[in-house]
Write a protein that binds this ligand. Structure first.
Ligand code: NAP
Length: 449
C-alpha cells in the first residue's frame, strides 16, 4: 500500500472503520485514492465539499431475502442486494451478479468502480450494482426462472428507467435478464424497456450489447498499442475466463489480426496454438454450458487442457484478464513478465491484485484498468437506453461504430488527465482522475445532496 496525503488517509481510515470486513471495497477505494493526490492539491474545493467522503458512502444500500422453490420442492433462501452508489450523473446504472461469492463488500466494490467507469463514458449514467449469492450453475432453467422472479418481486420497487437501470454481470446473461424483465413487466403492468439492459433484440435489446464489453476492451487495447506506434497484428494473446467478456474479446482480437492461444474457466485452461476457435468455444460454453475441457474434444487437433493452473503461465505478448476480481496474483504477474508480456488490459473488474500490479509496473508492462478498458459494456447499455427512449433500433454497424468512438474517447480522456497531472502514459492515474473530476464537479454543482 502506498502512502496517502493526510486528507486521503483520513478518508480511507473512515472507510475501513465504517465498512469492516469488506476487503474488496477497501481495495477498490484505495486504488482510486492513490491517484487523487495531485487533483486534490489543485482543487481544495473537493475536500471542502467532502466530495470523497460522500462518494465512498453509497446513496442507498438494499439487502433482501430471496425465497424460491427448487425442482425437488424444497424452499431455498438467498440474499439479494442492490447498492445505489451515485446518481450525480444520471439514473443508477450497473449490473447484477449471481454468484455464491456475492456479499455486500463485493457489491460495494463493484458499485464504487462503476461510478468512475460510467463517468468516463461521457454518457449520463449514475452508478449502482447488485446481485445475489445464488449460483445458477447446475440449476435448471425452471429453477433459474423462479429465482429471478422472486428476486425481481422485491427489486422492482427500487428500479425504473429514470431511477435505477440494472443489467447483467457474472452469472446474469440474456436468459436471466429475460426472466427478470418478464416479472417486472408482470408486476408493474408496464412495458418499460428502459428499466433493464442486456435485453434480447426482439424485446428492446441493442445490437452489439452482447459483444460490447469484450469488443470495447480490445478496441481500447488497440488504441494503447497505436499510441506506441504498434498494433494487434501478429500478437500472441492470452485471455482468462470464457464467459461473455472473454468470448467477445477473443473474437475481436482475432478480427484485428492477433491470435488468442489460451483461455480458461475456474477449472483450468485450454491452449490452442492455432488460435482459439470462437465458434467452437461459444458452442461449448454458451450453448452446451459445459466446462472448458470440453473445448479440446470439440476442437480436435493439438488443443489441450491443463487442469487447476492459472492461464498466465502461457507465454504471450498481451494478457486480458476477463474472469473475476483478484484472479491475476503476484505469481501470475511474475510469469507474464518472465515470458515477455508487454501489455495487460483488464476486461474483468479489479482482476489484478495490488501486489501483482506492482510487479507489472516495476517491469514496465503497459496496463489498462478495468474502469476504462471494460467500460464498453455499460456504454452500450447507455446506447440501449437511448434506443429504448426513442423507440429506435440501430444497426450492428452503427452501434459498434458508436462503441468505437466512445472507447477512443475514454482512451483520450485517460491520457490527457494523466498528462495534465504529472503521470504521462499512466492509464490508472488517468482513468481515476478523469472519472473523479467529472463526478466531483457535478456533485459540487448539485449542492450537498
Ligand atoms: P460470465 O459470463 O459469468 O463469465 C465469467 C467467466 O469467468 C466464466 O468463464 C467463469 O468460469 C470464469 N471464472 C470465474 N472465476 C474464475 C477463476 N478464478 N479463474 C478463471 N476463470 C474464472 O461473466 P462476464 O459477464 O464475462 O464477467 C466477467 C468479468 O467482467 C467480471 O469481473 C465482470 O464484473 C466484468 N464485466 C462484465 C461486463 C459485462 O458486460 N458482462 C461489463 C464490465 C465488466 P466458470 O464457468 O468456471 O465459473
Amino acid at each position: 500500500m502506498s502512502s496517502l496525503d493526510p486528507h486521503l488517509q483520513d478518508v480511507y481510515d473512515r472507510v475501513l472503520a465504517r465498512n469492516p470486513g469488506e476487503d474488496e471495497f477497501h481495495q477498490a477505494v484505495m486504488e482510486v485514492l492513490e491517484s487523487l493526490g495531485p487533483v486534490l492539491d489543485q482543487h481544495p474545493e473537493y475536500a471542502d465539499g467532502a466530495v470523497l467522503e460522500r462518494l465512498c458512502e453509497p446513496e442507498r444500500q438494499i439487502m433482501f431475502r430471496v425465497p424460491w422453490t427448487d425442482d425437488e420442492g424444497r424452499v431455498q433462501v438467498n440474499r439479494g442486494y442492490r447498492v445505489e452508489f451515485s446518481s450525480a450523473l444520471g439514473p443508477y446504472k450497473g449490473g447484477l451478479r449471481f454468484d455464491p461469492s456475492v456479499d455486500l463488500g463485493i457489491v460495494k466494490f463493484l458499485g464504487f468502480e462503476q461510478t468512475f467507469k460510467n463517468a468516463l463514458t461521457g454518457l449520463q449514467m449514475g452508478a449502482g450494482k447488485g446481485g445475489a449469492d445464488f449460483d445458477p450453475k447446475g440449476r435448471s432453467d425452471a429453477e433459474v426462472m423462479r429465482f429471478c422472479q422472486s428476486f425481481m418481486t422485491e427489486l422492482y420497487r427500487h428500479i425504473g428507467e429514470q431511477t435505477d437501470v440494472p443489467a447483467g454481470d457474472i452469472g446474469v446473461g440474456q436468459r436471466e435478464i429475460g426472466y427478470l424483465f418478464g416479472q417486472y413487466k408482470r408486476i408493474t403492468n408496464r412495458y418499460e424497456s428502459g428499466v433493464i439492459t442486456g435485453k434480447g433484440l426482439d424485446w428492446g435489446g441493442s445490437e452489439a450489447r452482447t459483444e460490447a464489453t469484450g469488443y470495447g476492451l480490445v478496441i481500447f487495447t488497440a488504441e494503447m498499442l497505436k499510441a506506441d506506434g504498434d498494433s494487434l497484428e501478429g500478437k500472441r494473446v492470452v485471455v482468462s475466463g470464457s464467459g461473455n467478456v472473454a468470448v467477445y474479446a477473443i473474437e475481436k482480437v482475432q478480427q484485428l489480426g492477433g491470435t488468442v492461444v489460451a483461455c480458461s474457466d475456474s477449472s483450468g485452461y485450454v491452449v490452442d496454438e492455432k488460435g482459439i476457435d470462437v465458434e467452437v468455444l461459444k458452442q461449448v460454453k454458451q450453448v452446451r454450458r459445459e466446462r472448458i475441457e470440453a473445448y479440446v474434444d470439440a476442437r480436435g487437433g493439438d488443443a489441450r487442457f491443463v487442469a487447476d493452473r492459472p492461464v498466465w503461465e502461457v507465454p504471450c505478448d498481451i494478457a486480458l484478464p476477463c474472469a473475476t476480481q483478484n484472479e491475476l496474483d503476484v505469481d501470475g504477474a511474475r510469469s507474464l513478465v518472465e515470458n515477455g508480456c508487454q501489455l495487460v488490459a483488464e476486461g474483468a473488474n479489479m482482476p489484478t491484485t495490488p501486489e501483482a500490479f506492482d510487479v507489472l509496473a516495476e517491469a514496465g508492462v503497459r496496463f489498462a484498468p478495468g474502469k476504462a478498458a471494460n467500460a464498453g459494456g455499460v456504454a452500450t447499455s447507455g446506447l440501449e437506453m437511448q434506443q429504448n427512449a426513442s423507440f429506435e433500433a440501430w444497426t450492428f454497424h452503427d452501434t459498434e461504430q458508436r462503441l468505437t468512438e466512445i472507447m477512443r474517447g475514454i482512451h483520450e480522456r485517460c491520457l490527457t488527465a494523466a498528462e495534465d497531472h504529472g503521470s504521462p502514459g499512466d492509464y490508472v492515474v488517468g482513468a481515476n482522475i478523469a472519472g473523479f473530476v467529472t463526478v466531483a464537479d457535478t456533485m459540487l454543482a448539485l449542492g450537498v445532496v
